[in-house]
Design a protein around this ligand. Structure first.
Ligand code: KG4
Ligand code: ZN
Length: 318
């Protein structure tokens, strides 16, 4: 089954053509990062307007890259929620109009379920359930137990900020720019992660919380304002923050992996691109299969993952 998928939930305009939930024939992403760098974050109204400008050329490019035509497409899949409402509307109206004009069925896919399925992309052999998936991005921070297709249990989510949001805010405090995750990771490579002992917030069960850590960094920087000009100081704080954030995520992940005796652990979402996070999970969990999306372009928002989730959504009951 060939699915044309469209994703516009935040600040990337994406279209992909995916076969049978895993084979990616095209995965086009028009990033708005340069536009949002001007404001240091996403302005929803600006994001919607950017989607309006580029979504049809992005769909066109997916056809060109894949060499497919409309006759090849069986289904159109589009992100339903969650996301910025103006951005979502652009994708959904585009998909609905195309489905009507080309007489194709339209299916709506949850964005987080899309991230869960990013680990199916590019892999002919399906992952083995039960899977424990940690989706960590700018807007979401979910620990999900996947027992089978469509059989998902949300074990924990954040009480305040998502991990990516914390990376973005701390990067801003350190003057490292937007998006913050990759900037912190780069700076941390040359920093001492033991320079500052930031706290690992306590929460009940598998809940996450990043506001305490964020505030701790803020207070530390206010106390050491005169040192912000020193590049080594910035790198040390970045590395120490990253270590604390990773410890907070992996502590809950490992507990849940043991309790539910899962076969595989999956990392997904923008923050799963972080190599320090991947390395810690691998070290703590040598006996379970660890997967992260095959390509960085499958970690951050993309339409291929929506095509994969849409495929299993429509075929799982068959
Ligand atoms: O999945 P995504 O593209 O969008 C959302 O659905 O939010 O995730 C973007 C988030 C941003 O907060 C960004 O700073 C973070 O993922 N991110 C990273 C890295 N690359 C992207 N965080 C930590 N380390 C990275 N290498
Ligand atoms: Zn996302």
């Amino acid at each position: 089954m060939l699915i044309l998928a469209i994703e516009t939930s935040c600040d990337e305009s994406c279209a992909a053509i995916v076969e049978d939930g895993w084979k990616v024939h095209a995965n086009v992403i028009a990033s708005q990062i340069p536009v949002h760098q001007l404001t240091g974050g996403v302005v929803p109204e600006v994001a919607s307007r950017e989607h309006m400008k580029v979504i049809m050329p992005v769909v066109q490019k997916a056809f060109e890259e894949s060499g497919m035509s409309w006759d090849d497409i069986d289904v159109i899949a589009v992100t339903k929620e969650p996301g910025l409402i103006g951005s979502l509307i652009v994708g959904r109206t585009t998909a609905a109009a195309l489905a009507f004009a080309k007489d194709k069925p339209l299916i709506e896919v949850n964005h987080i379920q899309g991230h869960l399925y990013s680990n199916w992309l590019g892999r002919e052999e399906n992952p083995q359930f039960p899977v424990l998936s940690l989706t960590v991005s700018g807007g979401h921070n979910e620990l999900v137990l996947m027992r089978g297709h469509g059989d998902f249990e949300l074990l924990g989510q954040t009480l305040d900020d998502a991990a990516g949001e914390a990376f973005d805010k701390v990067a801003r405090l350190l003057g490292l720019g937007y998006p913050g995750g990759p900037a912190i990771e780069r700076a941390a490579l040359e920093g001492n992660a033991d320079a500052v002992n930031f706290p690992n917030s306590r929460t009940e069960g598998y809940a996450f919380s990043f506001s305490g850590l964020k505030t701790a960094v803020l207070y530390y920087l206010q106390k050491n304002e005169d040192r912000l000009e020193d590049p080594q100081f910035v790198k040390d704080v970045a590395a120490s923050f990253q270590k604390a954030a990773v410890a907070h995520l992996t502590d809950r992940l490992m507990r849940a992996a043991e309790t539910h005796n899962v076969k595989e652990i999956h990392l997904a979402g923008g923050v799963s691109a972080n190599k320090a996070l991947r390395a810690v999970v691998q070290k703590l969990c040598p006996d379970r299969l660890l997967r992260h999306p095959e390509k960085i372009r499958y970690c951050t928002d993309n339409a291929a993952m929506i095509g994969a989730a849409g495929y299993f959504q429509t075929t799982a009951q068959d």
